[in-house]
Ligand binder design. Sequence first.
Ligand SMILES: [Zn+2]
Length: 598
Amino acid sequence: MSSLMPRLTIEQLNAATPAECVALLDGTYEHSPWIAARAATQRPFKSLAHLKQVLAEVVRHARLDEQLGLIRAHPELAGKAMVSKTLTMESTGEQSRAGLTDCTPAEFAQLQQLNADYNARFGFPFILAVRGPRGQGLGRQEIIATFERRLTAHPEDERAECLRNIHRIAEIRLGDKFGLSPELGHQVWDRAEQLAQHSEPGYAERGELTVTYLTEAHRACAAQLVRWMREDCGFDEVGIDAVGNVVGVYHGTEPQARRLLTGSHFDTVRNGGKYDGRLGILVPMAVVRELHRAGRRLPFGIEVVGFAEEEGQRYKATFIGSSALVGQFEPMWLDQLDAEGIPMRAALAEAGLDVAQIPALARDAARYLGFVEVHIEQGPVLSELDLPLGVVSSINGSVRLMGEVRGQASHAGTTPMGRRRDAAAAVAELLLFVEQRAASVQHVVGTVGMLSVPNGSINVVPGCCRFSLDIRATTDAARDACLADVRRHLDEICAARGLHAQLEETMRAPAAPSDPAWQARWERAVAQLGLPVHTLPSGAGHDAMKLHELLPQAMLFVRGGNGGISHNPLESITSDDAELAVQAFKTLVDQLEREMTP
Ligand SMILES: [Zn+2]
């Protein structure tokens, strides 16, 4: 159908009268022309990405009843309107493409029940962009599983999730109207999918993704990355280094020219997502492929590293790949054992890697311009702001401690409330203080993730309580101030309750603020796409945190779907967002070229 219609352009929308603009955008948002009408007042649109963002912002700033009206303007999935063929043209195409018109009687009955339960719980219809994150249509079973999962969501979260799905539906409809398809984004998305075919035994059978350091699945991923870099993307040098990192170099005009270093990790947590780490390898690979196909050489080289290990799953050590590049691979790690008792040294030998070469992997900073890393956000911030990209201002500094409070175990029936030395009640008090203290300062987070009463009994006042403490903040000073308050409060609680406490620090990592010049390059790249620039701190650690010790660094975050969930199979990105990440990376490379051209 769309091929018969003239392709819409941004110039056309900008030149149109307000009424014409609304007409041109007709059908983008189901039965809700008010969205296009309000967006039209904010012209000129700078790009398709800008148009989508303005439309989403109109909805985000609309009144609650308007948002609910928009949701209710949508038909039920496989509902009465589909059966009686009274859907809009757009909805008919989407529902039939997802195979909903070919449901078995059992599937159809299940969907009717889900529709009824969902409506009863939330008071609006279930909205799902059935063409999915790649635009080619979700399967019926995937649709039903998503429906069942979202039925238990918090009502406010679910309303927001419906609106995000409506924006995704609009995004795909606009792609059709403009005749634009995110080819580079599809390429990245498809490669992430192909890499995810390699998973470890015990997980692979359940369709779960687990790739830990130097296992067979891990080595298969490395081999796949090498093949793509060498045979498809046009890198000049490709290899696997002595710790298992995949390294591809695309030479500059001079092969010895200084390089832009980039990359991320390809190992995963157990039952993890397909994009965590991998996106930061696949995006620059797509950029190098474009440069190679255009026969373009830059005044600098591009070195893309697929880091072998970041997550610390198989061995206790973490950031093994990036540590080697900054000369911090610890020889004592080689004696660490995995769950099956295999020392890291043996795993490296088994993979054909020569540990004697690891020290030589340390990079000479003088040969590099800086380090950039693209990563999925792994949080809800960008998704809630309807922004596909964000620029990282700092990777949070962190500190971890293990604590123990000792009191007096005593009879739960005979010890009066005023005479107890209850260690668990003290830690409970501390936990609530951590929650309040962290929340009182922006970008400080505090978590008591482990809490136990060793040898506790139902009829005994807890005499001992052990707990963990994790505090992170954008600056080391903010982190340390929070920790100092927590320590002081613990002392006060113990003094008041007659208890003793111990706190042992087990880990401390400094904050890694982005280099201002590199952060500004990402900001300009995002602005050039016509998108608002949003900066945010990274709550999670990344390879860039290690490279920070050697080179100026800055990161770009890409929005995650399903509320930004990560370290979870529900982690997701759209190919449209992947496309924007590739475009932003290309723009960053172009800027660098201009800066270096006299
Ligand atoms: Zn990661």
